[in-house]
Design a protein around this ligand. Structure first.
Ligand code: 13P
Length: 377
């Protein structure tokens, strides 16, 4: 009897095992390239220039300096950014909006080629934006999985080597379990699809700055969303050596009266990362999320005062571009000064990536906050 039970159990087990081994686990075709790309982006003293604002958001930026939101003006602004002389020393990757991936400089050089010449890896925003999540208190979910494999294959052909998908988590609007799960599941499915097309996925569940919550509440929510995200990424067989993360820093909400300085932000953020992120992940590339240029650089510097298991760096949009835009004003004669402003910010963050940033070099403009309630990207 005992023997019979044993053999039937064995049969069941072996049946299960043989069925499993028939399943294709991962294509793995791009594994080596993914690891190489991720490590190039996460290279010492360098970070990402996020310049992937949608046409609507780019329009808002241009509007702030009185420039019309036309395709040509968006192109001219992006040319200014990615042709800044010497920028490749501090910038390892640039995230583009789809329109920009196919654009060229005034002289006819593809932006992608201009970037590669400076050893900057071209990246592409692949999500399709946020929409309301039904039956929640105003939370949202991120669209873009349908047809994503085909789009990724096209982007790879056009020269992109990494991708970005930004989903958000709102503390004042929730976060509900269903919103957290949906955010994590979407990111994991995207990451698996991107890797299978040769693109390193940047995984970005942005915990928004909005709210009155304190830093402890932010830590709790960040731990929750990263736990879910890594669980679903593991389930989807995402290769952790070939991803990059783009977290928000752990800070008090924008309307919390108890503010936190760089030492506290660094302590909380590193605590969260150590608890949730395996050392297999090559790089943590923070978003700036509405912090001022100065604040985001000081916080990054504080996180690099002792060695970390991952490259801890930046993937800023607003905190790299604010002064650049104001300096440019849409005028060709201001391009060199605007490029100098970008180089200065990029160098400051490069220093911060290595823990050796000196804020004495900054002027007042860098301290100006960029927080905007309910900001959409
Ligand atoms: P900010 O640095 O302006 O928050 O932008 C982050 C982002 O997701 C852009 O890719």
């Amino acid at each position: 009897m005992a023997l019979m039970m044993k053999s039937s159990t064995m049969k069941a087990v072996s049946g299960r095992v043989s069925r499993r081994s028939a399943v294709v686990v991962r294509a793995g075709k791009y594994d080596e390239e993914l690891i190489k790309t991720a490590n190039t982006v996460a290279s010492k003293g360098r970070g990402i220039l996020a310049m992937d604002e949608s046409n609507a958001t780019c329009g808002k930026r241009l509007d702030s300096i009185g420039v019309e939101n036309t395709e040509e003006n968006r192109r001219a602004y992006r040319e200014l950014l990615c042709t800044t002389p010497g920028i490749g020393q501090y910038i390892s990757g640039a995230i583009l909006f789809e329109e920009t991936l196919y654009q060229s400089t005034k002289d006819g050089k593809k932006f992608v080629d201009a970037m590669n010449e400076q050893n900057i890896v071209p990246g592409i925003k692949v999500d399709k934006g946020l929409v309301p999540l039904a039956n929640t208190n105003g939370e949202s979910w991120c669209m873009g999985l349908d047809g994503l494999d085909k789009r990724c294959a096209e982007y790879y052909k056009a020269g992109a080597r990494f991708a970005k998908w930004r989903s958000v988590v709102s503390i004042p609007h929730g976060p509900s379990l269903i919103a957290l799960r949906d955010c994590a599941y979407g990111l994991a499915r995207y990451a698996a699809i991107a890797q299978n097309a040769g693109l390193v996925p940047i995984v970005e569940p942005e915990v928004l700055l909005d709210g009155e919550h304190d830093i402890d509440r932010c830590l709790e929510v960040q731990e929750a969303i990263w736990a879910e995200t890594f669980k679903y990424m593991a389930d989807n067989k995402v290769m952790f050596e070939g991803i990059l993360l783009k977290p928000a820093m752990v800070t008090p909400g924008a309307d919390c009266p108890n503010r936190a300085g760089p030492a506290k932000v660094a302590e909380y953020t590193l605590r969260m990362l150590r608890r949730r992120v395996p050392p297999a992940v090559p790089g943590i590339m923070f978003l700036s999320g509405g912090q001022s240029e100065l604040e985001s650089t000081l916080n990054l510097n504080a996180m690099n005062q002792s060695p970390n298991p991952w490259h801890v760096s930046f993937s800023y949009a607003r905190a790299l571009q604010n002064t650049v835009l104001k300096t440019w004003q849409g005028k060709p004669e201001n391009v060199p000064a605007a490029q100098a402003a970008l180089l200065k910010r990029a160098k400051a963050n490069s220093d911060a990536q290595q823990g050796k940033y000196d804020p004495a070099v900054e002027d007042k403009a860098a301290a100006q906050g960029m927080y905007e309630k309910g900001y959409v990207y």
